[in-house]
Design a protein around this ligand. Structure first.
Ligand SMILES: Cc1cc2nc3c(=O)[nH]c(=O)nc-3n(C[C@H](O)[C@H](O)[C@H](O)COP(=O)(O)OP(=O)(O)OC[C@H]3O[C@@H](n4cnc5c(N)ncnc54)[C@H](O)[C@@H]3O)c2cc1C
Length: 475
């Protein structure tokens, strides 16, 4: 019998697992995919929002405000890059200038520090490529950027290092109430647990339905993105948001934490909760709209595109509560934007719910909050590189030439707890295959390394998802 079962290995579930692993509890995290961070968490803008946007009084506003400042310490403990580059929400008309003033006031109500309204001259000084019609902007200095999958993988790894069991490729298919907890049926056996925390993203409604009909609905709302070559990351220095209007929030233009340029998302309600296809019309719309905020969007330097699904609830706010009449079953549902930003505060909020539901939390004496990052070979000094190669010659072999990733880094990403097991798993951990050629050159070498390290035949190595075999035949 587990004390707690967490359903879902996205950023929400992994943050809760990482916050819980400091206590003396038997915790298991269940994820249906081949890896953690493989749904909405891998496909978003990666912005740590300052928090001026959420409607005051909502859980979104409260947990965004609390979550934002938590990132510095957590990212430093986990060795995850975070850049506090600040955001600019731009205005091009007097009407939009009025909207910025309202957003500024909303931010003050939400308790957001370091917010200011700046005029066109200042905007142009700090953002030389901003659109020539921009009249002013709302500067939010506490906004930042993070790599959402790198963060989530690090959370899962640190939770696992501290005793949390992580069960991948395990799908919850049934939930029944028992006298002292819940019986969870999976596609690979059953689990008993005193508490259940459902962090199932777009599937939160279906998970609730397994126990009792849900009192909320979750609609998948798709957003497409375009990623540009690293040479273009310096086009902007801040996250550039358009002024929100009745038509929506517009699209953003931002550098990524690794130095690429990212443009998106649009917004389309889709029927299927697995539909992450991108469309020509969606991508064209993003590119055309982004050109209204920043001059010289380098369309010819696009290297890839992707889309993610927002888990949009019909309640208009995060749903984080113990389900009425089902003691010990906690929904963490409707976690759309700013869910990434709010996630550390969501984890603390859930811990308070667990305590008020009667869970006794005793701190573990040997909890280790530190996760050693994977060495970034290219960032080391010549002396450090040579020491590393002497200690482990695998660091002397560059496998991904676009991103300069060595075999030593790839092997480290595989040998860790919750380590890489697929080509995309390696890509998300060390960026091999993230560059201009998108894995065209290095993927065969990565398959060989994965096969060797996992003691599998190369034909058994997956690209990403279950059954996504790359090679066939007898190798
Ligand atoms: C286009 C877009 C842009 C965004 N931009 C930002 C941003 O810039 N900043 C920000 O703060 N937020 C942003 N967000 C929101 C943020 O991405 C989400 O709030 C966050 O990723 C949600 O994480 P999650 O763990 O709740 O869900 P998910 O990442 O979807 O994880 C849920 C997990 O549950 C698993 N699961 C589901 N059903 C089962 C089952 N039956 N058995 C086992 N496992 C199951 C899934 O496989 C999945 O891994 C954005 C979202 C989108 C879509």
């Amino acid at each position: 019998m587990y004390d707690i079962t967490i359903i879902g290995g996205g950023v929400t579930g992994c943050f809760i697992a990482r916050q819980l692993c400091r206590y003396d509890l038997e915790v298991v995290l269940i994820e249906k995919n081949y890896d953690v961070a493989n749904e909405t968490t891998k496909a978003n803008s990666g912005i740590i929002h300052s928090g001026y946007d959420a409607r005051p009084g909502t859980l979104k506003a409260k947990l965004n405000t609390l979550g934002n400042p938590m990132f510095d310490e957590i990212c430093s403990e986990l060795g995850v890059p975070l850049k506090r580059i600040g955001s600019l929400t731009i205005a091009k008309t007097n009407k939009e200038m009025g909207t910025l003033k309202k957003l500024y006031e909303r931010g003050c109500t939400n308790g957001i520090p370091q917010l200011s309204l700046i005029d066109a001259d200042v905007v142009r000084r700090i953002e030389p490529n901003i659109h020539h019609q921009v009249k002013g902007a709302l500067l939010a200095e506490t906004a930042g950027i993070v790599d959402p999958f790198c963060l989530t993988i690090a959370l899962a790894e640190n939770a696992s290092d501290n005793g949390t069991e992580v069960k991948l490729e395990t799908r919850i298919v049934g939930i029944d109430r028992e006298k002292d907890g819940y019986l969870l049926t999976t596609d690979g056996g059953s689990i008993r647990s005193r508490y259940v925390i459902s962090c199932a993203g777009v599937y939160a409604e279906e998970i609730n339905d397994l126990l009792t009909p849900s009192h909320f609905k979750i609609a998948p709302r798709k957003g497409d993105y375009v990623v540009f070559d690293k040479k273009t990351g310096g086009l902007v220095n801040h996250v550039i948001f358009q002024c929100p209007s009745e038509k929506g929030k517009g699209v953003l233009v931002t550098p990524t934490v690794h130095g690429n340029l990212l443009v998106g998302p649009d917004s389309e309600v889709v029927k299927c909760k697995d539909d992450v296809s991108t469309t020509r019309s969606g991508l064209d719309e993003i590119l055309a709209t982004s050109a209204k905020s920043v001059e010289g969007i380098p369309v010819g330097m696009a290297i890839t595109n992707f889309s993610g699904l927002r888990a949009t609830p019909d309640t208009g706010d995060f749903i984080i509560e113990e389900l009425k009449g089902h003691k010990g079953f906690i929904n963490v549902a409707g976690i759309e934007s700013p869910g990434l930003t709010a996630s550390p505060a969501i984890a603390d909020y859930v811990i308070e719910i667990l305590k008020s539901s009667g869970l006794d939390l005793k701190t573990k004496a040997d909890f280790n909050p530190i996760r050693e990052p994977i060495a970034e070979f290219i960032e080391l000094s010549d002396e450090e590189k040579s020491t590393l190669i002497k200690a482990n010659p695998l660091y002397g072999r560059v496998i991904c030439r676009c991103e300069n990733i060595t075999e030593g880094e790839i092997v480290d990403s595989i040998r860790r707890n919750v380590g890489a097991r697929s080509v995309d798993g390696v890509k998300r951990r060390v960026r091999a295959g993230m560059g201009r050629c998108q894995g065209g050159f290095c993927a065969p070498r990565i398959i060989e390394i994965l096969a060797r390290e996992l003691q599998k035949n190369a034909c058994q190595i997956l690209k990403d998802e279950k059954d996504s075999y790359i090679l066939s035949g007898g190798i």
